[in-house]
Design a protein around this ligand. Sequence first.
Ligand SMILES: Cc1cc2nc3c(=O)[nH]c(=O)nc-3n(C[C@H](O)[C@H](O)[C@H](O)COP(=O)(O)OP(=O)(O)OC[C@H]3O[C@@H](n4cnc5c(N)ncnc54)[C@H](O)[C@@H]3O)c2cc1C
Length: 365
Amino acid sequence: MRELDVVVIGAGQAGLSAAFHLRRAGLEPDDGFVVLDHAPRPGGAWQFRWPSLTYGKVHGMHALPGMELTGADPDRPSSEVIGAYFAAYEERFGLRVHRPVEVSAVREGPGGRLLVETSEGTYAPRALINATGTWDRPFWPRYPGQETFRGRQLHTVNYPGPEEFAGQRVLVVGGGASGTQHLMEIAGHAAATFWVTRSEPVFREGPFTEEWGRSAVAMVEERVRNGLPPRSVVSVTGLPVTDAVRRAREQGVLDRLPMFDRITPSGAEWDDGRSVEADVILWATGFRPAVDHLAPLRLREPGGGIRAEDTRAVRDRRVHLVGYGPSASTIGANRAGRTAVRSVMRLLEEAGRRRNAERAGAVAP
Ligand SMILES: Cc1cc2nc3c(=O)[nH]c(=O)nc-3n(C[C@H](O)[C@H](O)[C@H](O)COP(=O)(O)OP(=O)(O)OC[C@H]3O[C@@H](n4cnc5c(N)ncnc54)[C@H](O)[C@@H]3O)c2cc1C
């Protein structure tokens, strides 16, 4: 068991931002803190995103604190661009990320410490910064008849790019940014595409203003403060209308059907008698926070979410959640890293004062 001040789980945008601020606050990697990540390479979840998601197609990647991302080729896959940028960042600030290291559980430890159980042994920190994102927990809803479908079913997490769907009939489920991007790519290759969403998609004209972003973040923040499972920031901002989206709408690629009532061996059916035939169902139904390893700490509220104020878990002030709920965007993750480190440093100072007072008490006559 290794004692140190802080363990950061996850080396995506949120974890690296936290690590940067921990260094600035005076903690040393591998001494005061350690960053653990189970992915094989730098890049957080970006390293796994499909090759056709080029850097030019991402919605606005905010640079990590202290180092800009400049001169990136917009036609290169974002997995490569951001992977290389994160690798350079880790190197520049000497963050010494341990990978691949799986964190399986975090539980209560001795003397007010936490125990972080990992594939490289157990750490016993005074505070935890959890930055595990959502990519590891794809959400697949269940519908009647799903197991009878004879075609292929896959999720955004396994989306290989559009070429594999040449000549096929593809049913895309989900009204978020991933669903619309998949449709726009696949439509040029597939024999037919269909789009099914639970609610009417909201398209937003005009630039993504700061005020619009702030109000979306405030809505997610409110849910997290009330202990409800967070919604993605994108789900409350609506779908930005780019030139590509405008063209796709004109061509009918983004004509949406309501949610089907059941899946059949060859497609999907609605109670009103409509049906579609499909070779593929692509579930672009989003992700949930990857926080199962925190279960032993019992942080969840009856509403199903972890209640957090700023980044601090209300049920355990040693635990900070960054990239969670309102901070699940590149800009939000950056800020959350800084907020969490401020709070962690206060906690460490308090703990230090308490230890000094106890020692002074122990030697007092
Ligand atoms: C398809 C897609 C496109 C997006 N596009 C944009 C965009 O254009 N702009 C934007 O601002 N946001 C975008 N987002 C949101 C984006 O996910 C966040 O902005 C941000 O990149 C998330 O950073 P993160 O550090 O929270 O998570 P991640 O990048 O997911 O990093 C989490 C890290 O934790 C590690 N990890 C997880 N569990 C464990 C464990 N148990 N043990 C050890 N390590 C673990 C993972 O390996 C990973 O490296 C997009 C999201 C998706 C799904």
